[in-house]
Design a binder for this molecule. Structure first.
Ligand code: SF4
Length: 285
């Protein structure tokens, strides 16, 4: 068992408590920095943990074996996993993915492989996590990953289990059972059916980023600008017969488009001049 304890210099260190044989605890990682939140890989050969040795909390992985601890060296060195700060490292049950909480609260996922040597991929955002309710450093107890990393939990604590992939919709489906949702106090708000179904797109992280961007003032501004352009194309298509072109070949199409665009601009010019003429003349007296 791996646990965090404060040493005599008030720095947190990682300790190992053997559960068999000699059950005397021994230090795994005790440095002049804070090392905490350690977690073994499923095969107990690797430890993911948080350390502030770079000046801010980052996720690292170190190899582990009882022999290397006794000799004081950690053969194979250590690997930096996070790329912009992180804490609360968690492993998926099969050890193929590592999760952590980034500084901005996002839950990140990193592909890892250990055969024949340890390798970690680039961290990718998985989803925006709710803010932690704890202010203490070791808030890592507030979330966890299921053994196969493949279920979701609803606000009432029920699990939505994996039901399969939809190639056409390009995503995965998760669902509760009717008995899980029966009698739920928030069922009316949650689902109109007997169960709750959840669709997760293959590129859900990118979609989440797009949803967040859509809430920004810059997006609202770009939408207004895009509407002005789209309205012109819409007029060409719906009112000026450009839904289809009459002639083939690129230069013929260009010619038809330019003629239509000229007619459109003439209409706009007439509208503009008419507006100017009907505008009230300011009184100078
Ligand atoms: S209806 Fe089902 S999925 Fe929705 S909150 Fe209730 S138990 Fe959870």
């Amino acid at each position: 068992m791996l646990y965090t304890a404060l040493d005599s210099t008030a720095k947190s260190a990682l300790w190992v408590l053997p559960l068999e044989g000699d059950t005397k605890p021994f230090p795994f990682l005790r440095t002049e920095y804070n090392n905490y939140g350690g977690q073994f890989s499923p095969d107990a050969r690797w430890v993911a943990y948080t350390s502030d040795e770079s000046g801010r909390s980052e996720i690292y992985v170190r190899s582990f074996s009882a022999e290397s601890v006794e000799s004081g060296s950690h053969a194979g060195g250590k690997w930096l996993i996070s790329n912009d700060g992180g804490s609360d490292a968690r492993r998926r049950g099969d050890g193929r993915e590592l999760y952590y909480r980034a500084r901005d609260g996002n839950i990140m996922v990193v592909d890892v492989s250990t055969d024949p040597v340890f390798k970690a991929g680039v961290p990718k955002m998985l989803f925006q996590a709710p803010p932690t309710t704890s202010t203490v450093v070791a808030s890592y107890t507030q979330w966890d990953v299921t053994a196969d990393g493949n279920v979701f939990r609803c606000p009432q604590g029920q699990t939505l289990r994996y039901r399969g992939m939809d190639h056409q919709a390009q995503g995965h489906f998760y669902q509760t059972t009717a008995s899980q949702c029966r009698g739920c106090p928030v069922k009316k708000r949650c689902t109109g059916g007997a169960t709750r179904r959840l669709f997760v797109h293959w590129h859900e992280a990118a979609r989440q980023t797009a949803r967040e961007l859509a809430q920004t003032p810059a997006y609202a501004c770009s939408k207004r600008e895009r509407n002005k352009i789209e309205a012109l194309f819409s007029e060409l298509k719906l009112r000026m017969g450009l839904r289809r072109v009459r002639l083939r070949r690129l230069w013929n199409v260009s010619e038809q488009f330019y003629l239509a665009a000229t007619a459109q601009n003439l209409k706009r010019l007439v509208r503009f001049l008419a507006q100017r003429e009907s505008a009230p003349v300011p009184c100078s007296a």
